[in-house]
Design a protein around this ligand. Structure first.
Ligand code: IPM
Ligand code: MN
Length: 350
């Protein structure tokens, strides 16, 4: 029996997760996968109602009993400091030590390719974003807040262990998936302490993988190259903040945020799966949000549970949905959120 926690979250997060759950249930039913879903009402509404963000009993249940978590998105204009979003999202990422944020950049159809002269099929990149350290750890503080002499400090934490394990995971993935090269994006020309650790560790780990080409690229240059010629990249590994930025840029190469999926993984342990996009308050309640990023994240979840062929099948069905216009309008389709989910379910079962 596999236990999966489901947290829709805020805004369109709830809407796309509802579709992801339909698809997950359909696959499980068809393949006889014993699955128990545990849905949690953790979101801005809940926080505003009773102050609950990510309670200890849920935290413990997920950690001790679950195999995976499906998350929608968090963020609500009524909670401007993002307290609940940080508690829940970072509670999962840091609390479960999900050190690899694996974000594929795959362009599924010519129509979604914004670059002239680049073939959709040639854009097939996987980004490994470090997910437990860096500028995201929340260390720092204010001094003389609200005065003209105000100081704000945000520490960038990089450990040898944290840097090495995500770089190694990127090389291992390249090796096991038959890819030939790994690019590491940093900024060691400016960040001479933190990113000197990154480049040194990268060079050391690369020596263990003589069959994989190891390339260093400064992150600013990477942004240029990703637009000039994304086809030269296969696997990219970077720190938490740069990985966040690179993958939004990458989403533009695959049809926008509605197509970008992610797996927050600690290999072999309970891991979390979420679309890369946010809660999109202006789109909420209109049945227009694209659920395909969530469907692809459900695919990653199924692979994590031990069913990689089900992920491949879902990727194929998402490609087909886009190709036939059975998708939302922002990716050139004619359906709403729910009908897109229904389409995928019908194809799963056919
Ligand atoms: C993401 C998001 C989050 C991040 C935000 C909501 C804190 O942008 O998952 O990419 O920066 O990690
Ligand atoms: Mn982001």
């Amino acid at each position: 029996m596999k236990n999966v926690a489901v947290i829709g979250g805020d805004g369109i997060g709830k809407e796309v997760v509802a579709e992801g759950v339909k698809v997950l249930r359909a696959v499980a039913e068809l393949r006889g996968i014993e699955l128990k879903l545990h849905e949690y009402d953790l979101c801005a509404d809940r926080y505003l109602k009773d102050g609950v963000t990510y309670p200890d009993d849920v935290r413990a249940f997920i950690k001790d009993e679950c195999d995976a978590v499906l998350l929608g998105a968090l963020g609500d204009p009524r909670v401007p400091d993002m307290t609940h979003a940080r508690d829940i999202l970072f509670g999962l990422r840091f609390g479960l030590d999900l050190y690899c944020n694996i974000r594929p950049i795959t362009c599924m159809h010519e129509r979604l390719m914004p670059l002239k002269g680049v073939k959709a099929e040639d854009v097939d990149i996987v980004v490994f974003r470090e997910n437990t350290e860096g500028i995201y750890v929340g260390m720092g503080g204010h001094f003389k807040k609200g005065t003209p002499d105000e100081v704000a400090i945000q520490e960038d934490v990089n450990t040898r262990k944290g840097v090495e394990r995500v770089i190694r995971a990127a090389f291992e993935f390249a090796k096991s998936s038959g890819r030939t090269k790994v690019h590491m994006a940093d900024k060691h020309n400016a960040m001479k302490h933190a990113h000197e650790l990154w480049i040194r560790t990268f060079r050391e780990v690369a020596e263990e993988y003589p069959d994989i080409e190891a390339h260093h690229v400064f992150v600013d240059a990477l942004c240029l190259y990703l637009i000039q010629d994304p086809t030269q990249f296969e696997v990219i590994v970077s720190c938490n903040l740069f990985g966040d930025i690179i993958t939004d840029l990458g989403a533009a190469l695959q049809g926008g945020m509605g197509m970008a999926s992610s797996a927050n993984v600690n290999p072999g342990k309970v891991s979390m799966f979420e679309p890369v996009h946010g809660s999109a308050p202006p789109l909420t309640g209109k049945d227009v949000a694209n659920p395909l990023a969530t469907v692809l994240s459900v695919g990653q979840l199924l692979a994590h549970l031990g069913f990689p062929e089900e992920e491949q099948r879902l990727i194929g069905l998402v490609r087909e949905a886009v190709a036939t216009g059975n998708c939302t309008t922002e990716v050139g389709g004619r359906l709403g959120t729910r009908a897109t989910g229904d389409y995928i379910v019908s194809r799963v079962l056919s």
